[in-house]
Design a protein around this ligand. Sequence first.
Ligand code: C2E
Ligand code: CA
Ligand code: CA
Length: 627
Amino acid sequence: MFINNLSEILDRQEIQILQDRFTRITGVASVITELDGTPFTGFSGICSFCSAIRNNPEGMKNCLRNNVNFNDMSSDRVSLLRCPATDLWETGVKIRVAGQHVGNWIIGQVKPEDFDPSVAAEFAFSLGMDRMWIQDAVSSIPEMKETDFTMILEILHLFANQLSSLAYRKYLLKKEIAEKNAISRQLNYLNFHDPETGLINRQLCEERIDHLIQVGLRTGKDSFSLIMISLAGIKHHKELYGPEGVKTIVSKLARVLMVSVRNEDTVCRFSTDEFLIVIENHDNSINSPEIVYERILHTLEAGVTLENSRVKIHIHGGMVSWNPSEKIESSQLVRKCYAALQESRKKDCPKLVVYTEDMFKAVMFEYELEKSFDKAIREEEIVPYFQPIVKLNEKNGSKVYGYEVLARWNHPRYGILMPGLFIPLAEQHDMLRELTAYIIRKGARFIKEINRENRDSPLFISINITPDEFIRQDLVNMIQKILQEEELPGHWIKLEITENSILKGGEDSIDKIRELNEMGIQISMDDFGTGYSNLSLLCRLPLNNLKLDKSLIMMAEENENFIQAVIRMADSLNLEIIAEGVEKQSQIDILKKMGCYLHQGFFYSLPMDAQTIKSAGLTSSSRELIH
Ligand code: C2E
Ligand code: CA
Ligand code: CA
């Protein structure tokens, strides 16, 4: 860090006190100066003669002339010097901080033993001073032996050391602040830029678009357009050239986009393989979005060299224009552009697709759901549905055994929405934990109420847990807390996990399942038979249930051998098997023949809300069901 002047590293008042103390102890005048001779402090102990000279403009020019010479001396030790104007002694020390010479501490106004009074007198006289006054003033200046003055110079060195350490502390502080500032500037940059391409990121770009909309609405002019471009076949590139190859392609594309627009336009890295361009005030000229896009396609024709071969870069593009009569949020406008890009992807053709309203509906629907999800839980628009799991007996009778809880969103505008639509949204927006807790709580209250009448053989509820939820550190605590608050015994709850949960959770899964088991909670392996069904893993896990996936049951006849094998294995592992998606009597017959008596499916009951389940009389564990 370079120091420009003393005030950057010294506190003037603090240093003045130090300097005054030096003069009080030694009786020698002193001052601290910048490298160019400008005093940084006020003079301490200045004699009346020198004071009068400094009060004169010509005299001032001559004062401290030696000081600047210090800077040229190779040694840090300054010898005794004679003032060229007054023949008085002066000397000093160079002030160094962190190796940099930053100023001088000058002392002097002392008569040497061989002092020639005529030099000072003639000089003062030439400045227009009175001879009598000069004589008096000069005679009152202290005289010193060279050894004494040298000794005082040594004392000055001690004082200067103290000053340097004060300055060094301030220097370190300043350096730390400068470094912190540099880091925060860097962070700030990273917050708004993509480090790989140097382009601005989505957040900053949306802020710019917001700004353009605000300005446009105010002025009534200044339209602009957005072009969203995506790199086609990124997966393919990754397979062929690896992540480094993809980086090269993306950088090349970023450069092409940059050179294809004017300086005032904005290019942003929107996601890994998507870019957003904002083109302002283009008035159908050579900078219209269509022409810019053509230019990009043309420039991309050259491709990029990777592993000694030419690689073509293919893109898709969508665009939307904004005019000042349209009141819209930037994120919504970007979504329109995104919808056009999606259309271009669907067509799989490099032509630029211009946005039209019909493209928007699908994207907008998703957007609206995303925005209202928070409220949906808060205002209980999310509703737990319950689908009975039934237990058959040897004859054709069956009784309710438990329920799987299936979430529904009773949306004020779109009606009942299925979980396949909103569970992924909740997961994307980090809200699944809230949803899971809500579903468990609602389920707990339902089963508690139902089991008041099923004291001898209580029913259970079975809750779906996604892999990401399952691997959360706080899952067990969260469930424990709800069970305590709702005063629900653990064995009234089952959790349905999938093989993916175990794959994601690794070895920790076993401990987690054990912890849950200790609370009385049973674990079901859901969707069994769809994934890659690792049987050895299944043997090691302390599971309680296996749910045969509905795709197997749908074609029960074709899958008879597999189902039979799974049932045998489950028996040997002491696992209960539940067949999902049972819709027909023929499926029931096959399942019963193979010894599978726990069923769930539309044949017995659709998933229904709590009230409907109660009105349909599906709440007793002892009453035979009539189908
Ligand atoms: P899943 O766990 O496999 O749930 C069973 C799905 O099969 C449910 O679909 C259910 O309505 C449907 N089903 C039941 N019987 C039959 C039948 O006889 N035939 C056919 N074709 N389908 C049947 P749903 O309710 O749409 O749920 C879909 C998935 O959403 C669930 O699959 C589950 O993975 C997830 N899900 C539902 N609720 C929640 C929840 O609260 N949290 C979590 N994390 N996931 C949930
Ligand atoms: Ca399930
Ligand atoms: Ca399932």
